[in-house]
Design a protein around this ligand. Structure first.
Ligand code: 0GY
Length: 306
């Protein structure tokens, strides 16, 4: 009999009954940041993982996609699967052209394997600098990967904490591929919007033409989700940060749910509320179309119509 590792103590499972969003996502909306976990029975977790999640299958992801009115997904390899991309690839293949993938690969990956990933729908690799999630990778190993993926037209997805940007930004700027940053570089939203830390991030975005996921208000919030009073204006402390990025870089922003929301400690978001967060940060129809459709289509489905 197969036995499965127990979930990390305190693990919060994804929210099973997301509400109907009040905001109608435009046709062609891309959820540019989501994951699958297992299911463990089919896709074992990596021995070196830092957490053990609940299962979050491709079918559950596709059900959420359809419930929220999303058209396409970008499925990002979750760290609990290490560099075994099987679960992510299985989900991308099953989506029948409606999903792309972002993989984790080792520096000694061969050209043939990269071409197979490309044929399956992978368009980027993820470099993770969040210490609670992965052991550090040497910079030269990451540079080697970036050099190998650049000829395929792939990009590098960077996940880091805002306090680490100062140390990392020269290295990031040296990478020979387009850069995409997860969750706005994780700003501390209790600090000033025009303070040195977020200004450094925006300068980095500007200089390197970085594309920014204005995702994860539920992870960045300090004040939390709204009280249960029927008010759908959630995560208001994160809004000014995301709105500033959308206003200054309307052609460089992407949106994603981050379902199934790994490692949240305070609460599990209602994904319907995450959709209703969108018109708070992208206030015009044009900003919404760029954020939700045009920008992710250009990056992940170039030449295709939404
Ligand atoms: C996210 C955020 C987190 C986790 C992962 O791959 C992952 O394990 O990305 C996190 O814990 O902050 O983007 O899903």
């Amino acid at each position: 009999m197969t036995t499965f590792a127990p979930k990390t103590p305190g693990w919060l499972d994804w929210y099973p009954g997301p509400s109907e969003p009040a905001f109608r996502l435009p046709h062609g909306t891309v959820d540019a940041h989501c994951h699958v976990f297992g299911p463990q029975a089919e896709f074992p977790l990596a021995p070196e993982r830092k957490y053990t999640p609940c299962d979050a299958s491709k079918d559950q992801l596709f059900a959420l996609r359809d419930h929220l009115g999303i058209t396409r997904n970008v499925i990002v390899q979750a760290t609990c699967h290490g560099a075994d991309n099987s679960a992510m690839l299985d989900a991308v293949r099953a989506a029948g052209g409606r999903a792309r993938g972002v993989a984790t690969v080792p520096p000694d990956i061969g050209e043939r394997e990269l071409r197979e990933l490309d044929a399956a729908g992978v368009r980027g690799v993820r470099f993770n600098f969040v210490r609670r999630l992965v052991d550090a990778s040497p910079a030269d190993a990451l540079s080697t990967i970036a050099k190998k993926i650049a000829p395929l037209g792939w990009h590098v997805v960077l996940y880091f904490e805002s306090a680490d940007l100062e140390e990392l930004e020269d290295f990031f700027g040296s990478l020979p591929a387009p850069l995409v940053v997860d969750h706005m570089g994780r700003p501390d939203v209790s600090k000033p919007l025009h303070g040195p830390e977020f200004s450094r991030f925006l300068r980095f975005v500007d200089r390197n033409e970085v594309q920014v996921k204005v995702s994860c208000p539920e992870r960045l919030t300090v004040t939390g989700p709204p009280a249960l009073d029927g008010e759908r204006h959630a995560y208001t402390d994160v809004v000014p940060f995301a709105r500033r990025v959308v206003e200054e870089f309307p052609d460089q922003v992407l949106w994603g749910t981050d379902w199934p929301h790994p490692n949240l400690k305070s609460h599990m978001p209602d994904d319907g509320l995450l959709v209703d967060y969108v018109p708070q940060i992208a206030v015009t129809g044009e900003q919404q179309r760029k954020l939700l459709v045009d920008n992710p289509m250009r990056l992940y489905w170039p030449g295709e119509t939404a």
